[in-house]
Design a binder for this molecule. Sequence first.
Ligand code: AMP
Length: 426
Amino acid sequence: MSGFQSPRGLRDIREPDASAFAWAEEHAWSAALAAGYARIQLPVAEDSALFERAIGGTSDVVTKELYRLAVRSEESTPLALRPEVTAGVVRAYLQHGMRSEPQPVRLVTVAELFRHDRPQKGRYRQFTQFDIEAIGDAGSGIDIEVIELGTAYLRSVGLRDIEVHLNSVGCPTCRPGYLVVLAKHFAAVADRLSPVDQARLEENPLRLLDSKDEVAVAHAKGAPRFVEHLCADCAEHDRAVREGLSIAGVTVVDAPHLVRGLDYYTKTAWEYLLPGEQGQQGALGGGGRYDGLVELLGGPATPGVGFAIGIDRVVLALQERGLTPAPQRPPAVVVCGIEPGSVGMRIAIASELRASGVSARADVSTRKIGKQLESAVRDTAIAVIIVEPDGSLSLRDLAAGSQAEPGARAMVVSAAAQLARTQGGQ
Ligand code: AMP
């Protein structure tokens, strides 16, 4: 055995988990495609400056968690592995002139992300997000559409009791006023706050609502609510989103102190949580409106809204509830042969079966036929085709334990396919 191990926080995903991941991802793509979102695939690395600008140079994600790649030559731009999707989507929106397309531009991707975080259950250094972005529409209707889409996805994989924890984080008009009252509230305990939280009190008091430190958590309970300090525009937007979600059948929990981890959010902010789960650690996903981001990245003022749902956490939640799908079943038909020289023909027959939609594999060994049959049984195959020395084929029904007289290829192949189909083993 080699001494190599996968790096800390980076995992191999094997069966049965691999099937659960694939299933959760396929559901994500199809939920979004059915709602008119177009696929986009982005590079795993971007200019580091894109993330610094979008997420904020002083955020934890940039200062502590960004995987920066070594610069290869003086000319090349410093690159970083993507820690989130939205910045890359907005970069692509601007680069490809998507502003000239009908707005909003609706995009979906399923992407691997990298954050140099402390690994623990549900928190890995490489993880996968189902990401939805709708860029170019400032109305509350698109917020409702996006929030409902994430809810419907989580329900469709089996998490039927999913809740949307909703807040508004205002806009540049009303946020400064709220920050003043929030800072005043926390100033009362300033000398008891941790050094990190004292710095937050100075630089960005909103982050105090996110703190894990005991003093800040306790004092956050009585903190003023942003919804009571919204400007008229943000208040009306918030009212319309809540009303629309209620009509759309989405369960909303009021979350007056919910702030998202990144600074570019405006107005609507939400998280998807299962009942009893708390805050960001337990969230399956989250989203928000980011009306200032396109401009921040050098484009014209353009609104946007989106969510990211963590596939790793969805799979964990399904496993905890015993809801994971059955792993991929082994091939329904195994094609064996008496003579070693028949391997090519066995492979051709297995391929023909697969082309007709039936899962099949050839036994490519030169073992005795008895051993080949044993391994087909162990693999829970439904039927075995045996290539006889004269080139004719025999069909064995493993469930019934019966074997038919050898026959011509076309007839036996189609009988094997029929057997596999009737026993549900395609
Ligand atoms: P964020 O981009 O931080 O708002 O996270 C959105 C969702 O991505 C979270 O609710 C999690 O489901 C997932 N997520 C974020 N960070 C991690 C991580 N380190 N490991 C696994 N999933 C994560």
